[in-house]
Structure formats: structure tokens, C-alpha cells
Ligand binder design. Structure first.
Ligand code: PMP
Length: 286
């Protein structure tokens, strides 16, 4: 089925949607994005994504392409037009184009480019990958210093996923100055003696929408949380580990750099958090 996508005010078949070759998203990775999950045809944590989008745009001095209500309407219309029950809505805003290439930003009144499309992912919630758990490798974190801005500059995370794939694993955790920053497209956690450990928020990691929700739910479930720096060796010696992201929710981690965690299957806290998170997300979806 040909998808219907959204580009700058129009709903079009994907084959007819176009963006200028001078668009700064294309030439300079001068753009930001959000990925919102859809379960049961409804949007998960939409408000969280809108707030973070605004934060990313503000950090880069980019104008908001439209209001929160317009964004909600576009999301909902694409979900409906494409018949998405379980899947994702991808949104990208770039600084647009003034019809040429220049390092300097174009005039402030240059309209941003707004593109949205859906990805159909049946079985997103009841994922076989989550039942198996992920195998992780560690790689050096060589990304830029403003990882809290959700830019489309994703080459290194892509390369990290390929390094993991080549090693027969599922994903990579990045390490800077001896400490884990985050996964290529998720936040990273381990659990030791009932305490959930994860890196505190800073400019060094993305402020995950799922991280915020999962830490709130964990604390409501009386689980202990310690936000601090940690090493790969600590995570390898943990009882269990997991990652969080809007597209994979809570994903158990069963192996880090060839070392099995616990009995090598998804741990009880990761499984419970996945369950609680999905329950709460579906209940509050809009
Ligand atoms: N860190 C990075 C580098 C990511 O790309 C993502 C996914 N967008 C996350 C963390 C998780 O963030 P969220 O829970 O908002 O999807």
C-alpha cells in the first residue's frame, strides 16, 4: 500500500512528496525530529514529544512550524489515512531552504520544512525481541556535545548499530570517559540488588520521553533509582539491564560485550517495567 505522508501542509502519496535539494536538513543535518508510538490507533505520550520538540527547536533558534493542536491533527490524520493500529509517526522539522547552500542560517522568516510519515509495525507491543532480550556491544561515544537536542544527525548511531550487527549483536551502548552515555537510540540502565541505575540528565544524553515515564512509574512502584555515572564493567556485573525508547518501550538487555547478565534471559524488573509502562501508556494514549 502506498503511504500517505505529510509535507508542508499537504497530504500526498509518498511517491509524490518532495523537498528541495537545498533543504538544510538534507545539506547540513540542520533539523530535529520526534518519533511517537501508536498503540491501538492512539498516540503514546504525545505531550512529551511536543514539549521536547519545542526544546530542540529553541536550542537551535528554529521557529515552530505549527501549533501543538495542528501537530496533533496531522498525527491523527496520518494514523487514520494509513490505517495504523500499531506503529510509529515520524516527524521532522528542518530550517528549510533559501534556494542555495550557505553555512550561515537563512533569513529568520524562511519557512521551516515539516515532514511527517507513518511506519506500520504490527506486533510492536508484543515484541519477540523483548521476550528474547538484546545483546549489546560497547563502542566509544564520538558524537557532538549537544546530544540533548534531538537532531537528525544520526550517522554515528547508524554506524554503531552496524558495528553491533557485524558482531552478531542487537545494539551498542556508547562510552565516554569510561562511563556509559546511552544506547544508539535509547537510554541505558542496569539493576543491581534492586536498585535501578541510569546516567543523570545533561547535555551528554537525550532526555528520553520514555526514560521520564519509566522512572516515574518505577518510583511509584517503590523501586529504588540511582541516577549516576556507571561503567560497562558495573553493568556486566549487574543482575539485569535494559534500555528505554519511544519505539521499543522497555527492552531487556541480556548480554554486554559477550558477558551474560543473570541467567541470560530478560530480568524480572525489566519485564515488570515493560508491562507497567505499556499498560499506563495505552491507558493515557490520545
Ligand atoms: N537516546 C537516543 C540517542 C535516542 O535516539 C533515543 C530515541 N529517540 C533515546 C535516547 C530514547 O528517547 P525516547 O524515549 O524519547 O524515544
Amino acid at each position: 500500500m502506498t503511504r500517505t505522508v505529510y509535507v508542508n501542509g499537504d497530504y500526498l502519496p509518498e511517491t509524490e512528496a518532495t523537498v528541495s535539494i537545498f533543504d538544510r536538513g538534507f545539506l547540513m543535518a540542520d533539523g530535529v525530529y520526534e518519533v511517537t508510538s501508536v498503540l491501538g490507533g492512539k498516540l503514546i505520550d504525545f505531550e512529551g514529544h511536543v514539549v521536547r520538540l519545542k526544546r530542540s527547536l529553541d536550542a537551535l533558534d528554529m521557529a515552530e512550524p505549527c501549533s501543538r493542536d495542528d501537530l496533533l491533527e496531522i498525527h491523527r490524520k496520518l494514523v487514520e489515512l494509513n490505517g495504523i493500529d500499531e506503529g510509529l509517526v515520524y516527524l521532522q522539522v528542518t530550517r528549510g531552504s533559501d534556494g542555495d547552500r550557505d553555512f550561515a542560517f537563512p533569513a529568520a522568516d524562511t519557512p521551516p520544512t515539516l515532514v511527517l510519515f507513518t511506519q506500520n509495525k504490527p506486533g510492536l507491543a508484543d515484541s519477540p525481541a523483548a521476550k528474547k532480550g538484546a545483546k549489546i556491544i560497547s563502542i566509544e561515544d564520538i558524537r557532538w556535545g549537544r546530544r540533548d537536542i534531538k537532531t537528525v544527525q544520526l550517522l554515528y548511531p547508524s554506524m554503531g548499530k552496524m558495528m553491533a550487527k557485524k558482531a552478531g549483536c542487537d545494539d551498542a551502548w556508547m562510552v565516554e570517559d569510561g562511563h556509559v552515555t546511552e544506547g544508539t537510540s535509547n537510554n541505558a540502565y542496569f539493576v543491581k540488588d534492586g536498585v535501578i541505575v541510569t546516567r543523570p540528565l545533561s547535555t551528554e544524553i537525550l532526555h528520553g520521553i520514555t526514560r521520564k515515564a519509566v522512572l516515574r512509574l518505577a518510583s511509584e512502584a517503590q523501586l529504588k533509582i540511582d541516577e549516576r555515572l556507571f561503567t560497562i564493567e558495573e553493568a556486566q556485573a549487574a543482575d539485569e539491564a535494559f534500555t528505554t525508547s519511544a519505539s521499543a518501550f522497555v527492552m531487556p538487555v541480556v548480554e554486554i560485550d559477550g558477558v551474560s547478565l543473570g541467567d541470560g534471559t530478560p530480568g524480572p524488573i525489566a519485564r515488570r517495567l515493560r508491562e507497567i509502562y505499556l499498560e499506563e501508556s495505552v491507558r493515557t494514549a490520545i
